[in-house]
Design a protein around this ligand. Structure first.
Ligand SMILES: [Zn+2]
Ligand SMILES: [Zn+2]
Length: 342
């Protein structure tokens, strides 16, 4: 395949595949949801809906031309064309783990006969187990990156965004993606391998173009609004179960009261269980996004892409590591009020 065909195929896979979180369909559905919610909440508060202020929430010139947004768009291309390729061969896959788990369980306890449960029930169970395992893997990976200084150096790139747009989801350093992929593959592989062994077969999840249907439901609702400046909060029990856009916007806040909170992806459930949940207020608290640590230039590609490699090496060096442990970076070990606020 020549280079232009390779680049076109990569773009197409992200923008046109119905199972992609960044597909034009998922982006349009998120936009419609956000726009409708803003219109409804303005009508409720002010009695009228002005189209201009609503449009500004998504398309203001200040948002679209900010250096942070431009860096996110650049990083989108770096990740789509380069990182996805690197991650492809550098990661453990859940298939390998599933096979290893099934072989180990069969070796220890013998082969099992297939369950008598109907196929839809077995597939429904697998769909739920895989979804929960992905969510737990996501939460665990994210928790470790906010708590361990050397891992924070890989994740900080994402938090240097000062404006949030759907492109911000691509502002992720390759080392961050690498660790994430391995932890989620391990989590999903262990859970799916054990479930398939218990069911005595190989039932698949219900899916949309290869994406677990519960994850796809999130892609078509909240996913692209999490990185936006549309304050759409879930509160009460729904806010303890699901990660609304406002939950993730609090996660990006530079307010120390919000550090290390709301670490889940689709679900707030694991944050609730492990004491890292902050429920959003009904009204936006006017958040500022970014990190307090001063980078040379938080939006330069060299700083975003190259600096984390050096920072990781320095954090791993024993003498430097000891100093870092004494002066932890901004979000990794700062005093947190989250344990009491869930
Ligand atoms: Zn984070
Ligand atoms: Zn984010």
């Amino acid at each position: 395949m020549d280079l232009s065909a390779y680049l076109a195929a990569k773009l197409q896979a992200q923008l046109l595949a119905p199972g992609s979180h960044f597909s034009v369909y998922a982006l349009a559905a998120g936009f419609l949801l956000g726009f409708s919610y803003l219109a409804w909440s303005r009508k409720r508060r002010r009695g009228h809906v002005g189209l201009k202020p609503l449009a500004r929430a998504f398309l203001s010139r200040r948002l679209l031309t900010h250096r942070s947004t431009r860096a996110d768009i650049l990083y989108f291309f770096v990740n789509v064309f380069v990182t996805v390729f690197l991650i492809g061969w550098a990661c453990l896959t859940s298939v390998e783990v599933v096979d290893a788990v099934q072989d180990a369980l069969t070796g220890a306890f013998g082969a099992r006969t297939a369950t008598a449960a109907p196929e839809w029930a077995a597939r429904g169970l697998v769909t739920l187990v895989v979804f929960l395992a992905m969510e737990f893997g996501y939460w665990l990976d994210h928790y470790l990156k906010h708590r361990i200084p050397v891992l924070w150096e890989t994740h900080k790139t994402h938090h240097t965004a000062e404006r949030l747009t759907p492109f911000t989801v691509w502002r992720v350093h390759p080392l961050d993606s690498l660790l994430f992929s391995n932890i989620v593959a391990l989590s999903v592989g262990l859970a799916l391998g054990a479930t398939r062994y218990a069911l005595g077969g190989t039932p698949e999840s219900f899916s949309v173009a290869g994406t677990n249907i519960l994850v796809a439901a999130f892609f078509y609702t909240f996913a692209n609004l999490q990185h936006s400046e549309v304050w759409l909060p879930l509160r009460g029990l729904p806010g303890r179960l699901l990660m609304s856009p406002a939950h993730h916007q609090l996660h990006h806040s530079i307010n120390p009261a919000h550090y290390n909170s709301n670490l889940g992806n689709c679900l707030a459930l694991f944050d609730w269980l492990f004491g890292t949940l902050i429920l959003p207020e009904r009204e936006s608290p006017r958040l500022t996004f970014g990190v307090l640590e001063k980078e040379a230039d938080p939006h330069a590609l060299t700083e975003l892409f190259l600096a984390p490699f050096g920072n990781v090496v320095r954090a791993l060096a024993p003498a430097r590591g000891a100093r870092q442990a004494a002066t932890p970076p901004m979000n990794s070990a700062a005093p947190s009020s989250v344990e009491t606020s869930a």
